[in-house]
Ligand binder design. Sequence first.
Ligand SMILES: Nc1ncnc2c1ncn2[C@@H]1O[C@H](COP(=O)(O)OP(=O)(O)OP(=O)(O)O)[C@@H](O)[C@H]1O
Ligand SMILES: [Mg+2]
Length: 416
Amino acid sequence: MKRKEFIVGLDVGTTKVSVIVAEAGENGVELISIGNALSRGIKKGAVININDTANSIKKAISEAELTGGINIKAVYAGLSEGYISSISSHGVIAVNGKEIGYRDIEGAVEAAKAIAIPVDREVLHVISTGFTIDGQNGINDPTGMAGVRLEANVQIVTAALGAVQNLIKSCQSAGIEVIGVVFNPVASASAILMEDEKDVGVGIVDIGGGTTDIALYHEGSLCYTSVLPVGGNNFTNDVAIGLRMQTGEAESIKKKYGCALLSMIDPNEEIEITYAGNKPSKYIPRQHLIEILQPRAEELFILVKKEITKSGYYGSLASGVVLTGGVSLMSGIELIAENILELPVRVGAPKHIRGLAKIISNPIYAAGVGLVLYGVNDTLIEKKRLNGSNIFGGMIDKVYNFSSNVKTLINKKFKI
Ligand SMILES: Nc1ncnc2c1ncn2[C@@H]1O[C@H](COP(=O)(O)OP(=O)(O)OP(=O)(O)O)[C@@H](O)[C@H]1O
Ligand SMILES: [Mg+2]
């Protein structure tokens, strides 16, 4: 009997660890199980304690194994820590008028990768943003074309070397192999964006517990990335201080009654605040809570706007911005984002995948589902590469590969 192939995405977030398992078959990709655990040992997206992180990973993996009746050995792991950034580069090779083949494309991309990377940085992705043949640019797949000079344009995403290694170590310590380390919004893009949005220009803003990840797309390709060290935990801390309560209490009040816009709520509404222990509950105007949350939301989107403006692509985002991550669940967030960014904004939940409807509709799983889709894509590229066929055609996305350095760090297997 043909062995089934599973792809597993592991999203090690600041607040939760999610394991998402999908089966890739002829009829597309179908989610078959999920496991979640509270995140321990992670601060602002980066591992600060390997043992604690490994334990959280183990818990989430066990849950996914139990619900899916499977045994997980290897994953695509997502990363989003504060020092991830990307740079553009290009490489040129001579093709001397002959038909361009796969080896020429690889040669041009290799030449584009040959730039000085600081010793404390690790290349995560080299993403093709198009090819130029004898001055003619905007070519997605040069296979079979003729020319003298082939130029590859790429976006190189780098992370702090320690952050990549500590994530891999945590997985290994949990008994899990890492097939690839993926920058979270690069993964989320496959789950929440439409191709035409990427073509006309769009930004993903994933607001998680500890970080806000930004990835901008223009002309179908990634053109800019950035990670801001702010997220939902900052909202929670503001509520804890403002309403004088413990962080856990503030977190649940925020989720239950939170809203990013004062004008959206009834000024007479009262909410019940319950405390841990024997302290009696009390009623306060909901307005007091929103007066704390709105300035934080405004500040966050002012920072996001500054970052997008700094990228030079602000004017190129005709499709606006897609919000995802847990904070995108707060009511009013779309409106406040639109007011401040002065761009169209929508909240994006994972799609392009079947099964487990609860997951598909929830933005907190955008990165996890994206990792699975990324994994499916990577597996296809690898198979095509092994067959010696064109890796740029068909449904293959433009993510060229993981860096060879990351590949030496990880053991390449994907069967479970
Ligand atoms: N309904 C809600 N309203 C407001 N905030 C919410 C809601 N649901 C979740 N959040 C917030 O979203 C955050 C968690 O989001 P998410 O699961 O995307 O983060 P993460 O992936 O663990 O962290 P990160 O990506 O920053 O490493 C928490 O701060 C949580 O309070
Ligand atoms: Mg996240």
